[in-house]
Design a protein around this ligand. Structure first.
Ligand SMILES: N[C@@H](CCC(=O)N[C@@H](CS)C(=O)NCC(=O)O)C(=O)O
Length: 212
């Protein structure tokens, strides 16, 4: 039995996906605000939990899990009654994780070129060029997401709300906030965002992070 869960998170960061999924799961958990802006991702205590100095990190009775797709899959499997993943179908579970990995490794990384150009190149001119390229990369990925949703399905994988839905919400929110694009160009993704944000658990998680 899982008795302790503590999520290290930063408001409106990618850890929002793990936060929402914990809230949807019905599990008891604590939140620990951990922000790169105030240096709390670099404290010795946090680095001992996650040497990568990133959120989300989920402290459990068994140890620490990092990486959104892993945390999302683990929460969904650990609290199966919440129906957050196709736990009884390994292929569909893999398909859900493929989408989550795409968000983590491709979509998030496209945004990271905007947020953190210094990770990729040195020099102001080069950084400006990397930032400028981010909008193009993000648009390319959102076109793929829009195509997936364009058959009118309510959720990323069809008729059921799984972990990919709150994870996609993170990037749908970032799109307009960063100025890298607008969801008006992706009407199915825009409707998807509204559906996810209307869920009571999502509202609670957004409120807890001080977001509207
Ligand atoms: N691959 C990781 C990425 C985690 C990540 O980059 N988290 C960001 C917040 S969105 C972070 O902690 N940034 C702090 C920093 O870069 O210093 C995942 O998907 O969980």
């Amino acid at each position: 039995m899982i008795v302790m869960l503590k999520l290290y998170y930063s408001p409106n960061s990618c850890s929002l996906a793990s936060h929402i999924v914990l809230e949807e799961s019905g599990a008891a958990y604590e939140l620990a605000l951990t922000n790169s802006r105030d240096g709390s991702t670099r404290t010795p205590e946090f680095l001992a939990l996650n040497p990568k100095a990133r959120v989300p990190a989920l402290l459990t009775d068994l140890g620490v899990l990092t990486e959104n797709p892993v945390i999302l899959g683990w929460v969904a499997q650990s609290f199966p009654d919440a129906g957050l993943a196709p736990n009884d179908d390994t292929f569909l579970f893999g398909d859900m994780q493929a989408f989550n990995m795409f968000l983590s490794a491709t979509v998030h990384v496209a945004f990271a070129h905007h947020f953190r150009p210094e990770r990729y190149v040195d020099g102001d001119d080069h950084r400006a060029a990397v930032k400028a390229k981010a909008a193009q990369a993000v648009a390319e990925q959102f076109r793929l997401i829009e195509a997936k949703l364009s058959d009118g399905r309510p959720w990323v994988h069809g008729e059921r709300y799984w972990t990919s839905d709150p994870y996609l919400l993170v990037f749908s929110r970032w799109l307009g906030e960063t100025g890298l694009g607008t969801l008006d160009d992706y009407p199915h993704a825009k409707a998807h965002r509204a559906r996810v944000e209307a869920r009571p658990a999502v509202q609670r998680a957004l409120k807890a992070e001080g977001l509207s």
